[in-house]
Design a protein around this ligand. Structure first.
Ligand code: UDP
Ligand code: MG
Length: 308
Protein backbone atom coordinates (compact mmCIF):
# COMPACT_ATOMS: atom_id res chain seq x y z
CA UNK A 1 0.00 0.00 0.00
CA UNK A 2 1.18 3.53 -0.77
CA UNK A 3 2.19 5.76 2.08
CA UNK A 4 1.77 9.55 1.94
CA UNK A 5 3.83 11.72 4.27
CA UNK A 6 1.97 14.92 5.09
CA UNK A 7 4.33 17.68 6.11
CA UNK A 8 2.74 20.58 7.94
CA UNK A 9 4.82 23.60 9.02
CA UNK A 10 3.17 25.23 12.04
CA UNK A 11 3.83 28.64 13.47
CA UNK A 12 1.29 29.80 16.06
CA UNK A 13 -1.46 27.58 14.70
CA UNK A 14 -3.23 26.53 17.92
CA UNK A 15 -6.61 27.51 16.48
CA UNK A 16 -6.15 26.03 13.02
CA UNK A 17 -4.45 22.76 13.97
CA UNK A 18 -7.43 20.83 15.38
CA UNK A 19 -9.53 21.91 12.38
CA UNK A 20 -6.77 20.92 9.98
CA UNK A 21 -6.28 17.51 11.58
CA UNK A 22 -9.99 16.76 11.52
CA UNK A 23 -10.26 17.75 7.86
CA UNK A 24 -7.19 15.71 6.88
CA UNK A 25 -8.42 12.65 8.78
CA UNK A 26 -11.71 12.79 6.86
CA UNK A 27 -9.73 12.60 3.64
CA UNK A 28 -7.67 9.68 4.93
CA UNK A 29 -10.87 7.72 5.50
CA UNK A 30 -11.83 8.29 1.87
CA UNK A 31 -8.49 7.15 0.46
CA UNK A 32 -7.04 3.66 0.55
CA UNK A 33 -3.53 4.75 1.42
CA UNK A 34 -1.47 4.93 4.56
CA UNK A 35 -0.83 8.40 6.03
CA UNK A 36 2.01 9.75 8.11
CA UNK A 37 1.73 13.25 9.57
CA UNK A 38 4.91 15.19 10.22
CA UNK A 39 4.11 18.45 11.97
CA UNK A 40 6.97 20.88 12.30
CA UNK A 41 6.54 23.32 15.15
CA UNK A 42 8.53 26.32 13.99
CA UNK A 43 9.09 28.02 17.35
CA UNK A 44 5.43 28.81 18.04
CA UNK A 45 4.70 31.03 21.01
CA UNK A 46 1.19 29.65 21.62
CA UNK A 47 -0.14 26.19 22.51
CA UNK A 48 0.77 24.59 19.17
CA UNK A 49 3.30 22.21 20.75
CA UNK A 50 0.86 21.11 23.46
CA UNK A 51 -1.71 20.25 20.79
CA UNK A 52 0.89 18.34 18.78
CA UNK A 53 2.00 16.36 21.84
CA UNK A 54 -1.62 15.46 22.51
CA UNK A 55 -2.20 14.27 18.94
CA UNK A 56 1.03 12.28 18.97
CA UNK A 57 0.19 10.55 22.25
CA UNK A 58 -3.26 9.62 21.02
CA UNK A 59 -2.02 8.32 17.65
CA UNK A 60 1.69 7.51 18.03
CA UNK A 61 1.95 5.53 14.78
CA UNK A 62 0.24 8.14 12.66
CA UNK A 63 1.34 11.49 14.06
CA UNK A 64 4.91 12.70 14.39
CA UNK A 65 6.24 16.11 15.22
CA UNK A 66 9.50 18.00 15.16
CA UNK A 67 9.87 20.90 17.56
CA UNK A 68 12.38 23.60 16.59
CA UNK A 69 14.44 25.42 19.21
CA UNK A 70 13.17 28.73 17.77
CA UNK A 71 11.44 30.15 14.70
CA UNK A 72 13.53 29.24 11.66
CA UNK A 73 10.97 30.07 8.97
CA UNK A 74 8.70 28.00 6.78
CA UNK A 75 11.45 27.04 4.34
CA UNK A 76 13.46 25.44 7.15
CA UNK A 77 10.35 23.68 8.46
CA UNK A 78 9.68 22.23 5.01
CA UNK A 79 13.25 20.96 4.79
CA UNK A 80 13.06 19.33 8.23
CA UNK A 81 9.75 17.68 7.32
CA UNK A 82 11.10 16.36 4.02
CA UNK A 83 14.11 14.90 5.81
CA UNK A 84 11.91 13.11 8.35
CA UNK A 85 9.43 11.78 5.79
CA UNK A 86 9.36 8.06 5.03
CA UNK A 87 6.41 7.74 2.65
CA UNK A 88 6.78 6.92 -1.02
CA UNK A 89 4.73 10.06 -1.68
CA UNK A 90 5.22 13.34 0.13
CA UNK A 91 2.89 16.31 0.37
CA UNK A 92 3.35 19.80 1.83
CA UNK A 93 0.32 21.46 3.41
CA UNK A 94 -0.29 24.61 5.42
CA UNK A 95 -1.99 24.23 8.79
CA UNK A 96 -4.55 26.98 8.08
CA UNK A 97 -6.60 24.93 5.56
CA UNK A 98 -5.70 27.32 2.76
CA UNK A 99 -4.38 24.20 1.08
CA UNK A 100 -7.60 22.15 0.96
CA UNK A 101 -6.81 18.56 2.07
CA UNK A 102 -9.61 17.18 -0.14
CA UNK A 103 -7.47 18.07 -3.17
CA UNK A 104 -5.16 15.27 -2.14
CA UNK A 105 -7.59 12.77 -3.66
CA UNK A 106 -7.35 14.40 -7.07
CA UNK A 107 -3.59 14.85 -6.75
CA UNK A 108 -3.10 11.23 -5.79
CA UNK A 109 -5.10 10.07 -8.79
CA UNK A 110 -3.09 12.30 -11.08
CA UNK A 111 0.33 11.26 -9.81
CA UNK A 112 -0.51 7.63 -10.73
CA UNK A 113 -0.52 8.62 -14.40
CA UNK A 114 2.65 7.70 -16.29
CA UNK A 115 5.54 10.19 -16.12
CA UNK A 116 3.97 12.44 -13.51
CA UNK A 117 6.41 13.12 -10.66
CA UNK A 118 4.65 15.96 -8.94
CA UNK A 119 1.15 17.41 -8.77
CA UNK A 120 0.99 21.00 -7.55
CA UNK A 121 -2.02 23.08 -6.61
CA UNK A 122 -2.46 26.30 -8.49
CA UNK A 123 -4.76 29.09 -7.40
CA UNK A 124 -7.14 29.97 -10.18
CA UNK A 125 -7.67 33.44 -8.71
CA UNK A 126 -6.47 35.73 -5.98
CA UNK A 127 -9.84 36.50 -4.47
CA UNK A 128 -9.82 37.48 -0.83
CA UNK A 129 -6.33 38.92 -1.09
CA UNK A 130 -5.66 42.64 -0.61
CA UNK A 131 -5.43 44.15 -4.11
CA UNK A 132 -2.10 45.82 -3.45
CA UNK A 133 -0.65 42.43 -2.52
CA UNK A 134 -2.02 40.94 -5.75
CA UNK A 135 -0.46 43.71 -7.80
CA UNK A 136 2.97 43.21 -6.25
CA UNK A 137 2.70 39.42 -6.42
CA UNK A 138 1.95 39.57 -10.13
CA UNK A 139 4.85 41.97 -10.62
CA UNK A 140 7.15 39.59 -8.74
CA UNK A 141 6.26 36.64 -10.98
CA UNK A 142 6.64 38.77 -14.12
CA UNK A 143 10.11 39.97 -13.16
CA UNK A 144 11.17 36.58 -11.79
CA UNK A 145 10.27 34.79 -14.98
CA UNK A 146 12.05 37.42 -17.09
CA UNK A 147 15.32 37.41 -15.19
CA UNK A 148 15.63 33.87 -13.90
CA UNK A 149 16.38 30.67 -15.76
CA UNK A 150 14.23 28.87 -13.18
CA UNK A 151 10.64 29.75 -13.98
CA UNK A 152 8.10 30.05 -11.18
CA UNK A 153 4.42 29.62 -12.04
CA UNK A 154 2.12 32.40 -10.81
CA UNK A 155 -0.40 31.27 -8.21
CA UNK A 156 1.45 28.10 -7.26
CA UNK A 157 1.77 27.57 -3.55
CA UNK A 158 4.03 25.10 -1.80
CA UNK A 159 1.06 22.69 -1.68
CA UNK A 160 2.04 19.66 -3.79
CA UNK A 161 2.28 15.89 -3.88
CA UNK A 162 5.67 14.52 -4.92
CA UNK A 163 7.21 11.13 -5.54
CA UNK A 164 9.99 9.87 -3.27
CA UNK A 165 12.43 10.34 -6.13
CA UNK A 166 11.69 14.05 -6.45
CA UNK A 167 11.72 14.49 -2.67
CA UNK A 168 15.20 12.98 -2.50
CA UNK A 169 16.33 15.32 -5.26
CA UNK A 170 15.13 18.33 -3.27
CA UNK A 171 16.83 17.02 -0.15
CA UNK A 172 20.10 16.98 -2.03
CA UNK A 173 19.87 20.76 -2.40
CA UNK A 174 21.08 21.49 1.09
CA UNK A 175 21.68 25.22 0.65
CA UNK A 176 21.09 27.50 3.59
CA UNK A 177 19.19 30.19 1.68
CA UNK A 178 16.17 28.19 0.62
CA UNK A 179 13.61 29.49 -1.83
CA UNK A 180 11.43 26.41 -2.22
CA UNK A 181 9.36 27.70 -5.13
CA UNK A 182 12.58 27.89 -7.12
CA UNK A 183 14.00 24.62 -5.80
CA UNK A 184 10.90 22.67 -6.86
CA UNK A 185 11.39 23.87 -10.43
CA UNK A 186 15.15 23.62 -10.38
CA UNK A 187 15.21 19.87 -9.70
CA UNK A 188 13.20 19.30 -12.86
CA UNK A 189 10.86 16.30 -13.18
CA UNK A 190 7.34 16.49 -14.51
CA UNK A 191 4.91 18.71 -12.63
CA UNK A 192 1.19 18.77 -13.37
CA UNK A 193 -1.05 21.52 -12.03
CA UNK A 194 -4.54 21.32 -10.61
CA UNK A 195 -6.49 24.55 -10.24
CA UNK A 196 -8.51 25.52 -7.20
CA UNK A 197 -10.23 28.57 -5.83
CA UNK A 198 -8.44 30.69 -3.28
CA UNK A 199 -9.43 30.15 0.36
CA UNK A 200 -9.22 32.32 3.39
CA UNK A 201 -7.41 31.12 6.50
CA UNK A 202 -9.72 29.19 8.90
CA UNK A 203 -8.26 30.94 11.94
CA UNK A 204 -5.40 33.18 12.98
CA UNK A 205 -3.54 35.68 10.80
CA UNK A 206 -1.16 35.33 7.92
CA UNK A 207 2.47 35.67 8.98
CA UNK A 208 3.30 37.83 6.01
CA UNK A 209 3.61 41.57 6.14
CA UNK A 210 4.28 43.78 3.17
CA UNK A 211 7.96 44.03 4.06
CA UNK A 212 8.42 40.31 4.71
CA UNK A 213 6.95 39.66 1.24
CA UNK A 214 9.30 42.23 -0.25
CA UNK A 215 12.21 40.49 1.45
CA UNK A 216 10.95 37.14 0.17
CA UNK A 217 10.81 38.51 -3.39
CA UNK A 218 14.35 39.90 -3.20
CA UNK A 219 15.50 36.52 -1.86
CA UNK A 220 13.86 34.88 -4.85
CA UNK A 221 15.66 37.16 -7.29
CA UNK A 222 19.05 36.88 -5.59
CA UNK A 223 18.88 33.11 -5.10
CA UNK A 224 17.72 32.27 -8.59
CA UNK A 225 19.07 34.95 -10.88
CA UNK A 226 22.25 36.78 -11.72
CA UNK A 227 20.33 39.46 -13.60
CA UNK A 228 20.64 42.09 -10.81
CA UNK A 229 24.42 41.75 -11.08
CA UNK A 230 24.21 42.29 -14.83
CA UNK A 231 22.11 45.35 -14.11
CA UNK A 232 25.00 46.68 -12.03
CA UNK A 233 27.39 46.12 -14.94
CA UNK A 234 25.12 47.74 -17.54
CA UNK A 235 24.20 50.69 -15.35
CA UNK A 236 27.89 51.22 -14.62
CA UNK A 237 28.72 51.15 -18.32
CA UNK A 238 25.92 53.58 -19.14
CA UNK A 239 27.08 56.05 -16.51
CA UNK A 240 30.67 55.84 -17.77
CA UNK A 241 29.47 56.43 -21.34
CA UNK A 242 27.45 59.49 -20.30
CA UNK A 243 30.44 60.71 -18.31
CA UNK A 244 32.73 60.52 -21.35
CA UNK A 245 30.30 62.62 -23.40
CA UNK A 246 29.99 65.09 -20.54
CA UNK A 247 33.78 65.39 -20.23
CA UNK A 248 34.16 66.06 -23.95
CA UNK A 249 31.34 68.62 -23.78
CA UNK A 250 32.88 70.46 -20.82
CA UNK A 251 36.33 70.34 -22.34
CA UNK A 252 35.28 71.69 -25.74
CA UNK A 253 33.19 74.41 -24.14
CA UNK A 254 36.06 75.55 -21.91
CA UNK A 255 38.45 75.51 -24.89
CA UNK A 256 36.37 77.45 -27.45
CA UNK A 257 33.91 79.52 -25.44
CA UNK A 258 36.22 80.22 -22.57
CA UNK A 259 33.51 79.69 -19.98
CA UNK A 260 35.22 78.05 -17.01
CA UNK A 261 32.70 78.99 -14.32
CA UNK A 262 29.01 78.23 -14.32
CA UNK A 263 27.45 74.81 -14.72
CA UNK A 264 27.25 74.31 -10.97
CA UNK A 265 23.78 72.83 -11.19
CA UNK A 266 24.69 70.30 -13.86
CA UNK A 267 27.81 69.27 -11.91
CA UNK A 268 25.84 68.63 -8.76
CA UNK A 269 23.18 66.71 -10.68
CA UNK A 270 25.79 64.49 -12.30
CA UNK A 271 27.59 63.85 -9.01
CA UNK A 272 24.38 62.97 -7.19
CA UNK A 273 23.23 60.73 -10.00
CA UNK A 274 26.54 58.91 -10.17
CA UNK A 275 26.62 58.46 -6.41
CA UNK A 276 23.07 57.16 -6.38
CA UNK A 277 23.82 54.60 -9.07
CA UNK A 278 27.02 53.55 -7.31
CA UNK A 279 25.27 53.04 -4.01
CA UNK A 280 22.47 51.05 -5.61
CA UNK A 281 24.95 48.79 -7.37
CA UNK A 282 26.99 48.34 -4.21
CA UNK A 283 23.78 47.38 -2.46
CA UNK A 284 22.99 44.75 -5.10
CA UNK A 285 26.49 43.31 -4.89
CA UNK A 286 26.24 43.43 -1.09
CA UNK A 287 23.07 41.29 -1.26
CA UNK A 288 24.93 38.56 -3.08
CA UNK A 289 27.88 38.79 -0.71
CA UNK A 290 25.50 38.47 2.26
CA UNK A 291 24.07 35.29 0.70
CA UNK A 292 27.56 33.91 0.14
CA UNK A 293 28.44 34.81 3.73
CA UNK A 294 25.46 32.99 5.22
CA UNK A 295 26.13 30.04 2.90
CA UNK A 296 29.84 29.62 3.72
CA UNK A 297 29.20 29.78 7.44
CA UNK A 298 27.54 26.42 6.89
CA UNK A 299 25.18 26.73 9.83
CA UNK A 300 22.42 24.14 10.19
CA UNK A 301 19.13 24.99 8.50
CA UNK A 302 17.24 24.27 11.75
CA UNK A 303 17.83 23.00 15.28
CA UNK A 304 15.57 20.35 16.81
CA UNK A 305 14.56 20.51 20.45
CA UNK A 306 12.12 17.62 20.54
CA UNK A 307 11.16 14.95 18.04
CA UNK A 308 8.62 12.16 18.16
N1 UDP B 1 4.80 29.08 8.93
C1 UDP B 1 5.94 28.54 9.53
N2 UDP B 1 6.93 29.39 9.95
C2 UDP B 1 6.86 30.75 9.79
C3 UDP B 1 5.71 31.29 9.15
C4 UDP B 1 4.71 30.43 8.73
O1 UDP B 1 6.06 27.34 9.69
O2 UDP B 1 7.79 31.46 10.19
C5 UDP B 1 3.70 28.17 8.49
C6 UDP B 1 2.33 28.55 8.97
O3 UDP B 1 2.04 27.98 10.25
C7 UDP B 1 1.42 27.97 7.90
C8 UDP B 1 2.28 28.11 6.64
O4 UDP B 1 3.63 28.24 7.09
O5 UDP B 1 1.12 26.61 8.12
C9 UDP B 1 1.87 29.29 5.79
O6 UDP B 1 1.88 30.49 6.55
P1 UDP B 1 0.84 31.66 6.28
O7 UDP B 1 -0.56 31.12 6.32
O8 UDP B 1 1.18 32.76 7.23
O9 UDP B 1 1.23 32.11 4.83
P2 UDP B 1 0.23 32.43 3.60
O10 UDP B 1 -0.75 31.29 3.54
O11 UDP B 1 -0.41 33.73 3.93
O12 UDP B 1 1.13 32.48 2.41
MG1 MG C 1 -1.96 30.69 4.95
Amino acid sequence: MDKISIIVPCYNEEESLPLFFAAAEKIRERMSVEFEYIFVNDGSKDKTLTILRGLQQALPELVHYIDFSRNFGKESAIYAGLQASTGNYVTLMDADLQDPPEMLIEMYAKIQEPDVDCVAARRADRSGEPWLRSVFSRLFYKIMNKISETPVVDGVRDFRLMTRQMTDAILELSEYNRFSKGLFTWVGFNTEYVAYENRERVAGDSHWSFFSLLRYSIDGFVNFSEAPLNLAVYAGMTVVFIDIIAVIFVFVRALFWNDPVGGWASTVVIILFAFGVTLLMLGIIGKYIAKIFSEVKGRPIYIVKEKK
